[in-house]
Design a protein around this ligand. Structure first.
Ligand code: SF4
Length: 59
């Protein structure tokens, strides 16, 4: 899924543990991501999540 040649400069991301993260730049490699929440009444940024996160495979 990850392609090191591609980064979507509209989606900055620092989650290096995600399979979709570009390891050489702090960008996501996906064309679009889904953001959601695990709270019933989100009030701060910690309440929201990237639901396109995929845990990076171990090498
Ligand atoms: S899928 Fe979400 S968590 Fe993963 S690199 Fe893209 S924006 Fe970051």
């Amino acid at each position: 899924m990850n392609n090191n040649c591609h980064s979507n400069q509209c989606i900055k991301c620092t989650v290096t543990n995600c399979e979709n993260h570009n390891p050489s730049e702090n960008y996501c490699t996906l064309n679009c991501v889904t953001i959601g929440t695990h709270e019933s009444n989100p009030t701060q940024c910690q309440c929201v999540d990237c639901q396109s996160f995929v845990m990076k495979k171990q090498k």
